[in-house]
Design a protein around this ligand. Structure first.
Ligand code: FAD
Ligand code: DLZ
Ligand code: SF4
Length: 512
């Protein structure tokens, strides 16, 4: 054939740069399910079902449109188990003039790709991924000469670049950011609409069976799988989000409610990251909802900021600072993850809820990831790299380019503040204010130390004390450290002792 076009599992869009100019007669597309990708971490079973079923549906759609396509299944006898192995096999079979591929989302995969030419003897063209607003070059220029990499400034550039929510040169509504209006707690609401569910078809059911059989030691179950596995269904989910949830997206963005794991979140990250939804078109739909008076500015600005701001920024940081970014460990900590990260068996109701929902859904919303599991991990000094692997494993939207900077940078401050201006550390009071988790907890959130006290309270102060050499110069923590210094010695010692006793229990593998 002329071009062999390799499409990876998170490149499921007809808009991929590798497909531009495709010749239906002379080009062949290669897609493959490979062991290397399904096991480089032990992905949640719903994540595996989602990606593999989405790949099979996408391949079927391309074939129906007349593309020539080779699809390798995980259980094909000849499957070599890796991208490189499958490419070599296809090259041998088809003798293409050249290989075309869109750059991958992960550094690890790019390293293999860079060897493809040598390994196959055929010219390989790695094309930029045009699904993103900001290219590597553009992000590099933005970083250059700047000491402060605050996301907010990057975000404003993206607003200007796209014209989203702009009134000439000025932001619509007179402000760039309405986050201060998006920090309220929420109550259970029986009238909140339900997110769309997509019952599995035959293709998905087949994948579910295969995943249950082949990945017995991976988290969760394929049972109850209800994600969209085609772009048509993903578009339906996006429209339903705009109609039913976007108006209240801001109001409940930072809230956590037991028995309501989704609140007004979009549940669209899976589809955006995989290629089913175009991020810019989605933002334009959200903008239209504001212009037509369907959703308020705080909701729409908040939603758009997450996508053209945080999402693009995280990708920029990843590619600019990899590979050493993955090894950052500012607090020099190494505690292994406790068993309850895989079982949800802990008396801490907040962690039991969030991890339980994660096991069930392969999803948790942002504040749960940041302020419950992430916050706990940082306060308890868990190994940041091991934590990064956990996040990559358990969430169906997790690919390293977006997961790693969120974990290492935003949630663990393991990059020492390259990305954030202060650690997202919080005691029980924050969790109690923003959720209804504490009401049913064995621990008492109001009790600071001793038997039955909420562990987050002592851990919080102990974390600040342990790391005072690294953090007390941070201006945003000045008041907090002043409060710590105002406590009498006895109180400070009690906090330290309570934290020590708790961490000892964790290290001994005792139930907490
Ligand atoms: P919504 O709340 O509806 O937000 C809308 C969209 O904004 C999301 O779909 C997503 O595309 C984007 N977005 C929001 N916040 C972020 C962010 N911080 N970074 C990048 N995009 C963002 N997101 C992932 O896509 N993959 C991950 O592996 C991932 N890991 C995370 C790990 C940690 C520790 C933290 C704190 C956040 C992580 N995020 C990750 C970001 C965010 O939590 C998810 O994007 C979001 O929860 C997805 O759910 P949603 O679609 O309902 O989001
Ligand atoms: C995540 C994933 C999984 C679980 N399986 C496959 C697969 O079998 N085949 C494939 O092409 N892609 C898969 N992916 C997505 C890739 O890991 C992803 O494309 C790279 O990590 C680059 O982001
Ligand atoms: Fe979590 Fe503490 Fe509240 Fe229990 S009391 S749910 S441990 S914050």
């Amino acid at each position: 054939c002329r071009n062999l076009i390799f499409i990876l599992g998170d490149q499921l869009s007809p808009q991929m740069s590798s497909l531009a100019g495709v010749d239906l007669e002379r080009d062949v597309i290669l897609m493959c399910e490979v062991a290397e990708e399904t096991t480089y971490v032990r992905h949640h079973r719903k994540k595996l079902v989602f990606i593999l079923s989405a790949m099979r549906h996408f391949a079927a759609e391309l074939t129906a449109k007349g593309f020539k396509l080779q699809y390798v299944r995980l259980d094909d006898a000849q499957n070599s188990g890796s991208f490189t192995g499958e490419l070599k096999r296809a090259v041998k079979d088809l003798s293409p003039d050249s290989v075309l591929v869109t750059e991958p989302g992960e550094w690890r995969v790019l390293q293999s790709m860079l060897k493809w030419e040598e390994e196959t003897g055929v010219g390989v063209r790695i094309l930029p991924d045009t699904r993103y607003l900001c290219s590597h070059e553009e992000f590099g220029l933005w970083v250059e000469g700047r000491r402060d990499l605050t996301m907010e400034f990057f975000y404003r550039e993206m607003r200007r670049k796209t014209g989203l929510l702009m009134d000439g040169d000025a932001p619509v509504g007179g402000r760039w950011n309405f986050d201060s209006e998006n920090r309220s707690p929420a109550k259970p609401d029986l009238f909140r609409p339900r997110h769309l569910q997509f019952p599995p078809d035959d293709v998905t059911r087949n994948v579910m069976e295969m995943v249950e059989e082949r990945f017995p030691d991976h988290m969760g179950s394929a049972d109850g799988f209800a994600f969209a596995v085609t772009s048509t269904d993903a578009e339906k989910a996006a429209d339903a989000f705009i109609d039913d949830f976007l108006p209240k997206f801001g109001e409940t963005q930072d809230a956590m409610v037991k028995d309501d794991p989704f609140l007004n979140h979009s549940l669209l990250s899976f589809y955006i990251n995989l290629g089913f939804l175009d991020p810019l078109s989605l933002c334009r739909k959200a903008e239209r909802a504001y212009l037509e008076g369907h959703a308020p500015i705080n909701a729409v600005e908040g939603f758009i900021r997450q996508i053209i701001g945080w999402r693009e920024y995280m990708r920029g940081i990843y590619w600019r600072f990899m590979p050493d970014y993955a090894q950052r460990n500012f607090f020099e900590v190494s505690r292994p993850l406790p068993e309850f990260f895989w079982t949800a068996k802990t008396d801490m109701a907040c962690l039991a809820t969030v991890i339980g929902e994660t096991i069930e859904n392969a999803y948790a919303h942002h504040i749960q990831r940041l302020m419950i599991t992430g916050n706990f991990a940082m306060l308890a000094g868990l190994d940041p790299f091991a934590l990064h692997e956990w996040y990559l494993e358990v969430y169906a939207d997790a690919y390293e380019w977006v997961e790693l900077p969120n974990v290492i940078g935003m949630s663990q401050f393991a990059d020492g503040g390259l990305l954030g201006s202060k650690p997202y550390a919080a005691s029980g009071a924050y969790i109690s204010r923003m959720s209804d988790y504490c009401g049913t907890c064995r621990y008492d959130v109001k009790k600071k130390t001793g038997e039955g006290a909420c562990p987050f309270n002592a851990l919080y102060w102990d974390f600040l004390d342990r790391n005072k050499n690294k953090l007390s110069g941070n201006r945003r923590l000045a008041q907090t450290y002043a409060a710590w210094r105002r406590m009498d010695d006895g109180q400070r010692a009690t906090y330290r002792e309570s934290a020590r006793a708790f961490l000892q229990k964790l290290d001994d593998g005792l139930f907490v």
